[in-house]
Design a protein around this ligand. Structure first.
Ligand SMILES: Nc1ncnc2c1ncn2[C@@H]1O[C@H](COP(=O)(O)OP(=O)(O)O)[C@@H](O)[C@H]1O
Ligand SMILES: Cc1ncc(COP(=O)(O)OP(=O)(O)O)c(N)n1
Length: 270
């Protein structure tokens, strides 16, 4: 049986709910061998981010080089990239290794409000990374920052998706977790021609730390296996829904999601 591999290039969340930790847990649950290149260390828990310590650009580049010159990968997922310099170094490596199935989660601000990307690096994401990406997965505020437009309605989201596609990315998913109007969590996929809706019941909970990372990592894992973008987004949606529904209830603030829940549900259904 082939071993599928995925590489996450992202920041570390000491609390284990988001970042590299969420990505590797998701890869593992979806039966994909996970590898990582750290961009930054964060001191973080369910109450917020207490410290951000970016790594040297060379250290980021060397980790990716070590993976590319030996193991290779079937998919890449990027998360917290922090600076213009790190974005450029990551884009250069992805281009040099010719990697496909590149999922860009344009992480900007943690739910508690801590900045995880420097403001001036937003332009670098668009210029260097999105043209190499298979899919970009912004939440609504991230889509607003990337397009410069305000997003209030689903119609606005469609317009933003169209604008994002102009950067050269193949597919756009604008997630709906921040849409306060809907009582459903609706994620919108655009392939340049058609729009597809991935809808689930919105769960009333404060424990959604790391949902975006987990969702994007699940897409990367499914693309690594050769699945289509629509199938990958559907599995990611099912994965995150199970992870939010079956909360762990740990920590005193915004708790992490449950990365075991999707597989547990699959076993019960069998
Ligand atoms: N309360 C919720 N109930 C159900 N699904 C949710 C909820 N909050 C977020 N999601 C889902 O989690 C994923 C991440 O969404 P979102 O919160 O928009 O991104 P981010 O975590 O990057 O801010 C999406 O698939 C979204 O639909
Ligand atoms: C190290 C690190 N990376 C990314 C995030 C943001 O995670 P996300 O899944 O977008 O959701 P929140 O944690 O912000 O709710 C992070 N916090 N830390």
């Amino acid at each position: 049986m082939k071993t599928y591999k995925a590489l996450t290039i992202a920041g570390s969340d000491s609390g284990g709910g988001a970042g590299i930790q969420a990505d590797l847990k998701t890869f593992q649950e979806l039966k994909v061998f996970g590898m990582s290149a750290l961009t930054a260390v964060t001191a973080q828990n369910t109450l917020g981010v207490q410290g951000v310590y970016p790594l040297a650009v060379d250290a980021v580049g060397q980790q990716i080089e070590s993976i590319g010159t030996d193991l290779g990968t079937d998919a890449v997922k990027t998360g917290m990239l922090f600076s213009n310099e790190i974005i450029q170094a990551v884009a250069e490596k992805i281009r040099a290794f010719g990697w496909k199935n590149v999922v860009v989660d344009p992480v900007m601000i943690a739910k508690g409000g801590a900045p995880l990307l420097q403001q001036e690096a937003i332009a670098a994401l668009k210029e260097y990374l999105l043209p190499l990406a298979t899919v970009v997965t912004p939440n609504i505020p991230e889509a607003e920052a990337l397009t410069g437009m305000s997003i209030q309605t689903l119609k606005d989201r469609k317009e933003a998706a169209k604008r994002l596609l102009e950067t050269g990315v193949q597919y756009v998913v604008i997630k709906g977790g921040h849409d306060d109007v809907e009582d459903e969590a609706i994620d919108l996929l655009y392939d340049g021609q058609d729009f597809f809706y991935f809808t689930s019941k919105k769960i009333e909970t404060k424990n959604t730390h790391g949902t975006g990372c987990t969702f994007a990592a699940a897409i990367a894992a499914e693309l690594a296996k050769g699945n289509s973008i629509n199938a990958a987004v559907q599995t990611a949606k099912d994965f995150i829904q199970a992870a939010i529904e079956n909360q762990l209830g740990i920590g005193n603030g915004h708790g992490p999601t449950n990365h075991w829940a999707y597989q547990q549900k699959q076993h019960v259904q069998r």
